[in-house]
Design a protein around this ligand. Structure first.
Ligand code: EPU
Length: 351
């Protein structure tokens, strides 16, 4: 058996492949080629690349995980870093928490199910979210009453400008709703590994009404973490298109947050308006509802559709380009603005 340490082989610079098709590397299935693509499977290999002339000469860089939050606008003229870092392990088991580490290239949902199988619950509400572990903190993934920010112990990221590895504590990540310091500085950091703090004793997070209803139907007892995960999976399968079958990037718009005065005006005019009061007195609105009211649910614009079971999701009906997606998104946002005076902000990153 070989016991080579990862660093022994890894300081070798990764191969730069030229003209790589990205169609299968983004879940929307949008066409485009990377001028160059490097498969990153170790931090030293990445650091070797960062010190190279090819890197300095590249006009732009893109860090690519599962490609599930991306609108690709044709060819990419620079270097794509495809994150292939693998590995996951228990770092520590204390009375009040499990600390579990995963490398950035691990598949998010596989990782969540693995933690549950090991008996380390706490991530179950985030089951079935497409993408990788490393991409999850970038947009602070959240669903069914939980955001990843609440489970982060720390993460390690490589500064793509200096090559240095830096540890970020949660407060340093500047997490917000679908937001972080990594999202606001695209191309600056490559997240290499993430450590989760899973509190003990475990408590189910059942504040999201639809999840509570699903579990009441499935079990008469207090649910286990695995049952919570299964319920989340069932809800998501009902409402959200499987990217393996229909190209999409999940929710296409963020749920807009409006101030109290604007909320009062809207609520008076549309009493059925779904809304979620925020700690700062503002209100989060359901973008899916606003879009549905404008008649977009199930409607297509060219090859791009507004999904029939969840209006917040745009889908590729076949052969769509990044420009087609942009056009549909702009048409939907314009209608919502005209009718409600609310601006929708896209959730995926436009490349
Ligand atoms: N709604 C409609 N019509 C629609 C869709 C939604 O009226 O076509 C209404 C629903 O009736 C409900 C409200 O909007 O009252 C909220 O809908 P839902 O529970 O489906 O959640 P969401 O706000 O549309 C957000 C996240 C999802 C996450 C769910 C569950 C964002 C942008 N999206 O969607 O995240 O799974 O909550 O927590 O915050 C993603 O980011 O890709 C994603 C799927």
């Amino acid at each position: 058996m070989s016991h080579a340490r990862p660093t022994d082989a890894a300081a070798v610079m990764p191969v730069l492949q030229a003209g790589v098709a990205l169609d299968a590397l983004n879940t929307f299935g949008l066409p485009g080629r990377a001028a160059q693509l490097a498969w990153i499977d170790s931090v030293p290999a990445l650091q070797a690349l960062l010190g190279s002339a090819a890197w300095r000469a590249a006009p732009c860089r893109l860090v690519l995980g599962g490609g599930s939050n991306l609108v690709l606008n044709g060819d990419f003229p620079g270097i794509v870093l495809k994150v292939g870092l693998r590995g996951r392990r228990l770092l520590d088991s204390a009375d009040d928490a499990w600390l579990v580490e995963a490398a950035a290239g691990e598949d998010w949902h596989d990782f969540v199910r693995w933690t549950l199988a090991q008996g380390w619950p706490g991530l179950e509400n985030l089951s079935l979210i497409p993408g990788t572990v490393g991409a999850a903190p970038v947009q602070n993934i959240g669903a069914y009453g939980l955001e990843i920010a609440e489970r982060l112990a720390w993460l390690d990221a490589v500064d793509l400008e200096s090559g240095a590895l830096r540890r970020f504590l949660p407060a340093e990540c500047a997490f917000g709703y679908r937001d972080s310091v990594f999202r606001r500085n695209p191309g600056r950091w490559l997240i290499a590994a993430v450590v989760f703090r899973l509190p003990r004793p475990w408590q189910a997070r059942l504040g999201y009404a639809e999840l509570a209803r699903e579990l009441q139907a499935a079990t008469a007892h207090a649910p286990t973490a695995l049952q919570v995960s299964d319920a989340v999976i069932a809800i998501r399968r009902r409402k959200l298109p499987d990217p393996a079958q229909i190209g999409n990037a999940g929710s296409f718009f963020k749920n807009p947050v409006v101030d109290a005065a604007q909320f009062e005006r809207l609520h008076a005019a549309w009493p059925a308006l779904p809304h979620y009061p925020q700690p700062d007195g503002r209100h989060k609105l359901a973008a899916g509802w606003l879009i549905e009211q404008c008649g977009w649910k199930g409607r297509d614009l060219g090859p791009v559709g507004c999904y029939e079971r969840q209006a917040l999701v745009l889908v590729n009906r076949g052969g769509a380009s990044g420009a087609d997606v942009r056009r549909a998104a702009q048409a939907i946002a314009a209608d919502v603005r005209a009718r409600f005076g609310v601006d929708l902000e896209a959730e995926p990153v436009f490349v």
